[in-house]
Design a protein. Structure first.
Length: 404
């Protein structure tokens, strides 16, 4: 019985130590399917993602999804603490429960003694030091000191771990929010190209793609090291890091397929980095097979492709009359859309459209409409002023002629 308790305690302790090291400290994607964190997310996210879609109210459903990320972090830390308490409790039980406990006397049974061991382990790992249970063996005292050190280290890791997560989340969401004015909300490739269809817009578009190349690299670094961030939703229901990433990939695919020049060159670089991040995040959640067989509705059917041509027709983009460009676009889409669809199905984050829905409104459209209205009013005002000024000059001339 004591040997079994020792083995259980050793497995729990080594499992938590290795899992915490790989999750918090190790700066790369850990391998292995029997990790505590992986099993935890399988056992919690699977039922959560199965129940949430049954909620009909869209806003409430998104709120339920958004709660999972922060709550799972707290539950994971609680799970680690419980397993550590159980591990040291088993160690104490394997040592014969060498404690003087007034609540459970010398004649207590195995259950009573194990309850004392768990109590001592819990008060020690959280460094309470109540002193109501006294160790009677030197080895037990040494183990208590060791467990106190483990508890302090565990608290220190938690204190350092949580701010790192929220800093990475904040950096990610700043760029996602900025994309609202550039590509709409939710973002679309058509809006992004349309809103850069002004003189000098190609330079601004290339600069924007440079920023998103770096953003994709940061996502690749932070979200692979801390996959928990993938479950964190954006503050707004119509925004998400996945839809932003896919919208940038859509835009790059269009530029690579139908445009030549500086934006196309930068689009290739941004596309490579963004696709790298998308594929590697799929590997983190073991979605390789799902991405290979990802089906679903075509994101750009023929009728939508015609609308895309009409929307971008005034930008002098050679696409509709060039079957080679359309075929090239379809080939490029096949490089990332299966992986995006697999992540979308797993994380329950919808993918963006290629063309915004009719009647969709956002801040950019509102400001643009106000600007056009002001320009029209200024034009009318200038016309009236010129007319009034001309009429005034005519009256003065007629008056002078009458005097002469």
């Amino acid at each position: 019985m004591r040997w079994l308790a020792f083995v259980i305690g050793l497995v729990c302790f080594l499992g938590v130590a290795l899992d915490a090291f790989q999750t918090i400290i190790l700066p790369r994607r850990p391998t292995g399917r029997l990790r505590i964190t992986r099993l935890f997310y399988i056992l919690t996210w699977t039922p959560w993602s199965a129940v949430a879609p049954r909620i009909r109210n869209t806003k409430i459903r998104e709120q339920v999804y958004s709660v999972y990320g922060p709550m799972s972090l707290l539950l994971l830390l609680v799970l680690w603490a419980v397993l550590l308490i159980l591990a040291f409790g088993c160690f104490f039980f394997a040592m014969g429960s060498p404690f003087a406990d007034a609540l459970h006397g010398p004649g207590a049974g195995a259950a009573g003694r194990f309850a004392t061991d768990l109590y001592v382990s819990g008060t020690t790992i959280f460094t309470l030091g109540l002193g109501d249970v006294v160790p009677k063996a030197l080895a037990a005292r040494a183990l208590i000191i060791f467990e106190s050190g483990v508890g302090l280290g565990f608290v220190a890791l938690v204190i350092g771990y949580v701010p790192v997560l929220y800093q990475a989340f904040s950096r990610r969401e700043v760029s996602v929010a900025l994309l609202d004015a550039r590509a709409g909300s939710p973002p679309t490739a058509t809006e992004l190209l349309q809103r850069h269809g002004f003189e000098g817009g190609d330079v601004e578009l290339a600069a924007l793609l440079v920023e998103w190349e770096r953003w994709s690299a940061e996502i690749l670094e932070s979200h692979i090291s801390y996959p928990l961030l993938c479950f964190y939703r954006s503050q707004h229901d119509n925004q998400s890091w996945l839809s932003a990433l896919v919208a940038i990939l859509d835009s790059c695919a269009l530029l690579i397929a139908i445009v030549e020049g500086t934006p196309m060159r930068q689009a290739q670089l941004t596309f490579a980095m963004a696709r790298h991040a998308l594929v590697d995040l799929g590997h983190v959640f073991h979605l390789e097979k799902k991405s290979m067989y990802a089906g679903g509705e075509d994101r750009l059917p023929p009728q939508e492709f015609s609308r895309l041509c009409e929307a971008l027709g005034d930008m002098s983009l050679r696409m509709c009359g060039d079957p080679t460009s359309a075929r090239r676009l379809r080939t490029i889409r096949g490089l990332y859309e299966p992986h995006a669809r697999a992540l979308s199905d797993y994380l329950k984050m919808p993918l963006p459209l290629w063309i915004p829905k009719e009647g969709a409104k956002d801040q950019w459209r509102t400001i643009s409409g106000l600007r056009k209205q002001m320009a029209a009013e200024d034009a009318v005002s200038e016309h009236v002023s010129d007319h009034a000024t001309g009429a005034g000059h005519l009256e003065v001339e007629q008056h002078l002629e009458t005097k002469e």
